[in-house]
Design a protein around this ligand. Structure first.
Ligand SMILES: Nc1nc2c(ncn2[C@@H]2O[C@H](COP(=O)(O)OP(=O)(O)OP(=O)(O)O)[C@@H](O)[C@H]2O)c(=O)[nH]1
Ligand SMILES: [Mg+2]
Length: 377
């Protein structure tokens, strides 16, 4: 799920054996978190990361492509949910290939199906042109073969989005999380925190959504469940809370600081300015930070997801995405649109995780090939 820069002791080891815990929702955590971190809990120093001696990243959590022995069942059932989520839409790209001929009618139907699946005009045109070229090159003659070529084309387009979140290059690694209201920011942070702390990382959460009291409480619940530290202030300023959290994270030698921010629309200028200020202030608290600026997007929002990505990128310079709720009515094609936009941007904005439900195990790494297949089933 993540790549961690190898730490001298304990890191890079397989996931802790606690299958029952993983299979259930986070309520399973036995003990409550300390309200405030004690100095005694102070942790690994920055020197604990052997960057110079161990420069290669170590993947910890099962990934479909390189860790098939650990928890294959989890990954499979998750993939089934992704498939059934995408199937729900009835966008039926697969339907296009049930005939016997490859002709203009097939390409027209495919164009309509891709547009219906939220791929957008540009990515649809790109995929059609790419497919025609592949058909020509391979001299494919039946629709089933053409469908496989389309899967190749989609996987190739999506491939640059498939990257691991890197943790451990900085102490702490500071991650700022943004997105529109209800996209799944806080839930994603909770799931991520659980995975990180399960692997021995010391996490500190910044409750920078000071807009609603309930938001602070929601994050505190996740901190409790995961037994990690949290910095929050009643009615505080989001930038001030984040500054305090990063400063505390540095002083306590935390591995990761994650800042939860309030949901907002990119069109709300003053709220976007507030977010920019949070980012600036993180940089004041720690020179190289934030190391990641993640946008959480709800996969159900279709082409609007691309609009959000562009707008938040303009304001903040995104380093990664989390696409949630692909178990709902999401059509998935928007990832092709994001991939094409990423290509034009020069540097891709990777999709670190995708979410297919509310449970812990429902946040998984993005795999381009799996996703392409799921889209065409
Ligand atoms: N079905 C499904 N629900 C999800 C997923 N991710 C999050 N949710 C749900 O979406 C709802 C909103 O999630 P939050 O994490 O509170 O969203 P948020 O972006 O923090 O919301 P605000 O802070 O209000 O902007 C919750 O009910 C979550 O359980 C997912 O992948 N699938
Ligand atoms: Mg929230």
């Amino acid at each position: 799920m993540f790549s961690f820069i190898k730490k001298k002791l304990g890191w890079g080891q397989p996931e802790k054996a606690d299958p029952a815990d993983k299979a259930t929702a986070p309520e399973a955590s036995p003990a409550p978190a300390p309200a405030a971190p004690s100095p005694a809990a102070a942790p690994a120093s920055a020197s604990a990361f052997g960057l110079a001696s161990a420069p290669s990243p170590v993947a910890w959590v099962p990934q479909a492509q390189d860790d098939t022995q650990a928890k294959p069942t989890d990954r499979r059932s998750w993939l089934d949910r992704l498939k059934s989520g995408l199937r729900k839409t009835g966008s039926s790209i697969a339907q296009v290939f049930t005939g016997t001929r490859i002709d203009d009618a097939l390409y027209e139907e495919l164009e309509a199906a891709l547009l219906m699946a939220d791929a957008g005009v540009a990515a649809t045109e790109h995929l059609l042109a790419d497919l025609k070229q592949r058909v020509k090159d391979t001299k494919a003659t039946d629709p089933a073969a053409v469908k496989a070529l389309l899967a190749d084309g989609i996987a190739e387009l999506l491939k640059p989005l498939e990257q691991s979140l890197q943790i451990g290059q900085h102490t702490p690694t500071v991650i700022m999380v943004a997105g529109v209201n209800g996209a799944g920011k806080t839930t994603t942070i909770g799931k991520l925190t659980r995975h990180l702390s399960d692997h021995g990382a010391q996490v500190l959460l910044a409750a920078a959504d000071t807009f609603r009291a309930a938001a602070r409480e929601q994050l505190a619940v996740w901190a409790d469940r995961n037994r990690v530290q949290i910095v929050s202030q009643e009615g505080g300023d989001p930038a001030a809370v984040t500054f305090d959290a990063v400063t505390a994270g540095k002083a306590r030698g935390c591995d990761v600081v994650i800042a939860d921010t309030a949901g907002r629309l990119a069109t709300q200028i003053h709220l976007m300015d507030e977010l920019k200020k949070v980012k600036r202030v993180i940089g004041k608290a720690m020179d190289s930070a934030p190391h990641e600026v993640l946008l959480v997007v709800d996969g159900n929002t279709g082409q609007n997801a691309l609009t959000q990505v562009k707008a938040f990128d303009d304001a903040l310079g995104l380093t990664g995405l989390v696409v949630t709720k692909l178990d709902g009515t999401a059509k998935g094609g928007v990832l092709a649109a994001i991939a094409l936009w990423s290509r034009q941007r020069g540097t891709p904005v990777p999709v670190y995780f995708i979410g297919v439900g509310e449970g812990l195990e429902d946040l998984q790494t993005f795999n381009a090939r799996e996703f392409a297949r799921a889209l065409l089933e």
